[in-house]
Design a protein around this ligand. Sequence first.
Ligand SMILES: O=P(O)(O)OC[C@H]1O[C@H](O)[C@H](O)[C@@H](O)[C@@H]1O
Length: 476
Amino acid sequence: MVSLEEGVIANADEQRQVGHYWLRSPELAPEATITEHINREITRVEAFGKGILDKSIVTPSGQPFTDVLWIGIGGSGLGPLLMIKALQETGVGLPFHFFDNVDPQGMSCILKELGSRLKTTLVVVVSKSGTTPEPNLGMQQARVRLEGTGNSWSHQAVAITMSDSQLDQQAKQENWLARFDMFDWVGGRTSITSAVGLVPAALIGADLRKFLEGAATMDAVTRVQDLRRNPAALMAASWYVAGDGRGKRDMVIIPYRDRLEVFSRYLQQLVMESLGKRHDRNGKVVHQGIAVYGNKGSTDQHAYVQQLRDGIDNFFATFIEVLENPSDIPRVQGDYPGDFLNGFLQGTRSALSEGGRQSITLTMEHFNAYSLGALIALFERAVGLYGELINVNAYHQPGVEAGKKAAAAILTLQSQIETFLADGLFHSIKEIQQEIDSDNTEAIFLILRHLCGSNQKYIIKGDWGQPLTMEFRLQC
Ligand SMILES: O=P(O)(O)OC[C@H]1O[C@H](O)[C@H](O)[C@@H](O)[C@@H]1O
């Protein structure tokens, strides 16, 4: 971890440095130019957020921005979602809407929700690589809708991406409203302390400097080279002991606070994409990882906690509690909901211990931008340390790349099928298979099912239960 922070190529497979710790302590970056670059971006993000909120940055027609449409997936979507859910105060800053998928129905709902406000919506397209299909498709859809109503995309669009990526080049050529840098040495799942998390923080009026300070303070505490005085090392060691160093127990995250409801989803990516690896760093097949799930307390007590208490012992729980609970909720008939929340947490915790189940409890005095930064940094460091314990590269994601390639192959197959069926004649799966020279009968069947299910252009003969008897024809 020391050499990682000093700037060695810690992600050997991708030949990259791993520098998310520099984002909140820029002075630790290995080169002065990096330090300056990080500081410059923080200042630019802050100024941009301020300009939007104080209405000095407006649409071409002089109207203030009313909404944000955030288009990004994985680390480019989950961090911002966590930031908004965790820190946005009601009525403060701009309301956020997310395109974090390519489900047409989902996109349609969001565009309907925005309705005529699309013309005053700041559209932020986020992709480190600038080539991920999902944000690219989301951008196409938002752009067509926006320009269809006579508005100018470039005056409402913001890009967050690596310098010189495809997205960056487009944003520069078209002179988008703003662009912010993602750095080559920051992975998506650890990008929340870069512009990816700071832009949303700025747009909801959250204290992004405090957020960074919280992360930096936790980084300092978790650099201590003494296991018992280093909370991240203790946590990583606990994970190791609980799962026998093989991920045999799942990590169940139960924060007793609505604001942290998406934290387990955020951690799913951070933990599972980092640790879920086939090979260790010596190339040995290890099939490592830790599964993460959870939602929030006390809600989860009424869902799956039954199994945690009495069922299969294949997990360790992580309770997250916050002592201070600022709200205008009064005591009614002697009952204060906060007392119940605390009681439920303690009750569940001791019920699990009585049943011999393992748990960790993290306690925060307050919940704010500072403690959110600290909480994230704690898990980032624990993941890094655990990665060292099990000797995996925690900073690449070769399995995701394999899935992307397989998806691209399916899309190629689909266009071959569509081209063949364009003759308007009936064809069986076998004929299609011969024509496009593919032995992947199942994929062909599933593509045909998709084509027929998602639009009305095809006439079908036969029975879906007997695929090989079926014939398909494009309706002319
Ligand atoms: O930011 P992007 O380059 O679009 O990447 C978005 C996400 O997709 C990839 O497939 C990776 O698995 C994630 O780690 C990443 O956060």
